[in-house]
Design a protein around this ligand. Structure first.
Ligand code: ADP
Length: 559
């Protein structure tokens, strides 16, 4: 062939041209191979290709970084375990043989404790043109940094969750610790105010009651915001008289307004019904905040409250139907700049630094109001212009309720509610003042009261004697009310009436508590500070229900 190429000049030229073309083609192929090789060698992850004997036929050398061993020499022909781990036999996790046999890709993640590193390994078959598995490749990625970061994030998340839980628990116990003694103070004042007093004594006690109520309101304010933020606030639902409540508010603010020389008044639309069901304390809280701000920031002119049916309400709804009311507090104070108006409902925001320095405040009030308005199915907005006063408008949804026209709130609260038939009540409460308050209150209603001071004493008391109802404190020193209730409801505990109504009493009042009490077998729940009226009504309801159930059972049982 070589000789033929040299036979004549013309043939030589053609042969040279062909050789040159072939050489160029070979060079192009080499260049392409170099490029592919450069690409493969530059891939930051390790690629190792194995033949049927599991010997390495190609590696991009990244194994040196990954597996820490720098062998320096040739890897081709060696086994990966000998090469990278200096091992004598295949690793337990090796997938190469399996992928050769099945032709199916496998992925695993391994942790190498020696070098404290995580490897994500994908083992995949390399097919020829006929579709046969001729080689198996391993793609190994160092995922140590990612796994470490994931672990750190997980640890941080768990720490945040634990902190959040601790915060909720702290709030729960704080509110319990503070409310329990306040419950005692308010309860005792309530009892004292119900005794025969001369005018001077009544004045002193009423002043003490006012201060105690303000203190409780203040504590509630601080706790409130955190509780609302944590989604732990549930609204109360009780019947109340709107006009009576507003009149108390008027009395509360009128002197302050007059002292500042401000005209002060409330306008309540005639069509606004008086009997409502809702949370009067939360309504009061929002109005107190708005009126307090209005008087605080207004130096001259007027402050007034206007209450109307919300325009969106349409016709007056029937009893038991929801009703949307609109409360507007208008003042002739300094007004609020537009740029500040957008932010005053955010927490810790005080619109005007110079004004705020002159007037005390935390910047929490409006943030609480905004959240409470939303909880009450309404909203709060402000219209204002610097120099021409402000109007804060707050809407809230209630239900209509009916009241006996003659009675007012106070009279209703003071009406003695004697039990229909005498009943024996077991009270479990560890706080001496609370215990005394409940004992006196129930005795006054004509109930026979027996008291214990811990959950452990409930079961023995019920085994010894028969009671018609149990009032159970939740937090008690040795056994809490929930555990005590479970022991009462349990089978085989020698109690004659395992279904005895049990009412929880707690200062916790956290969202989800009610469900927990009911799940433990309690029938109802009353929050502290205990409202005597609510407690008496609740007792009557459960005693009557239990009695009806007992009568039904004896009527249907064979004589
Ligand atoms: P604070 O406890 O500081 O009063 P608020 O949340 O109740 O907190 O109010 C936030 C800020 O909004 C106040 O500091 C004040 O700057 C502004 N503000 C609230 N009500 C009025 C008002 N009626 N007139 C003028 N500015 C007001």
């Amino acid at each position: 062939m070589a000789r033929e190429l040299h036979t004549d000049g013309e043939g030589d030229t053609a042969a040279h041209a062909r050789i040159a073309a072939l050489e160029a083609e070979v060079e192009a192929l080499r260049a392409r191979e170099r490029t592919l090789r450069d690409i493969l060698l530059s891939i930051p992850d390790m690629i190792t290709v194995h033949d049927r004997n599991e010997s390495i036929v190609f590696s991009n050398w990244k194994g040196d970084d990954l597996y820490w061993e720098n062998l320096g020499g040739e890897r081709h022909g060696s086994r990966c375990y000998g090469c990278y781990f200096r091992g004598e036999k295949q690793c337990d996790a090796c997938q190469i043989a399996e992928v050769f046999d099945t032709g199916v890709q496998k992925s695993i993640e391994l942790y190498n404790p020696e070098i404290r590193a995580f490897r994500s390994i994908t083992v995949f078959p390399v097919h020829n043109a006929a579709g046969e598995v001729v080689m198996v490749a391993e793609y190994v990625r160092d995922v140590t940094a990612t796994r470490r970061m994931e672990r750190e994030l997980r640890v941080a998340k768990e720490a945040a969750e634990a902190a959040d839980k601790a915060k909720s628990e702290f709030l729960a116990s704080m509110s319990h610790e503070i409310r329990t003694p306040m419950n005692g103070v308010l309860g005792m004042l309530d009892l004292a105010l119900d005794t025969r007093l001369d005018d001077e004594q009544r004045d002193y006690l009423e002043a003490a009651q006012n201060s105690a109520e303000s203190l409780l309101a203040l504590i509630n304010d601080i706790l409130d915001f955190s509780k609302i933020e944590a989604g732990m606030v549930e609204l109360d639902s009780q019947a109340f008289r709107l006009r009576k409540r507003l009149s108390t508010l008027h009395t509360m603010f009128v002197h302050r307004a007059e002292e500042k020389g401000l005209a002060f008044g409330f306008r309540i639309g005639e069509e606004v019904p008086d009997g409502l069901v809702g949370d009067p304390m939360r309504l009061r809280q929002v109005l107190v905040n708005l009126l307090d701000n209005a008087i605080k920031f207004t130096e001259q002119g007027r402050v007034y409250l206007d209450v109307q049916l919300d325009a969106a309400q349409g016709a007056l709804p029937a009893e038991g139907e929801p009703i949307l009311l609109r409360f507007s507090v208008t003042d002739s104070g300094p007004g609020i700049l537009e740029s500040h108006r957008e932010h005053i409902f955010e927490r810790f925001v005080q619109a005007d630094g110079s004004l705020s320095r002159r007037h005390r405040g935390t910047g929490l009030g409006l943030a609480i109001c905004k959240r409470l308005a939303t909880l009450m199915g309404g909203d709060i907005t402000v219209e204002s212009a610097p120099g021409s006063g402000s109007t804060f408008t707050f809407t809230a949804s209630f239900e209509r309720a009916s009241f006996d026209g003659a009675a007012d709130d106070r009279k209703l609260a003071r009406q003695p509610q004697k039990p229909v038939t005498p009943a024996r009540i077991l009270v479990a409460e560890d706080h001496p003042m609370n215990l005394m308050f409940i004992e006196k209150l129930l005795a006054k209603q004509g109930y026979e009261v027996h008291t214990v001071t811990d959950g452990t004493e409930v079961l023995p008391a019920l085994q010894r004697e028969r009671f018609d109802l149990v009032l159970m404190d939740i937090a008690m020193p040795v056994m809490d009310g929930i555990e005590a209730t479970r022991s009462v409801r349990q089978a085989g505990n020698m109690i004659t009436d395992k279904n005895v109504p049990i009412i929880a009493m707690t200062a916790h009042a956290m969202k989800g508590d009610r469900e927990q009490f009911l799940a433990a077998g309690m029938d109802d729940y009353i929050g502290k500070p205990i409202n005597s009226d609510n407690l008496c009504n609740m007792l009557l309801k459960h005693l009557q229900r239990a009695r009806r159930a007992a009568e039904g059972a004896s009527a249907s049982s064979p004589a």
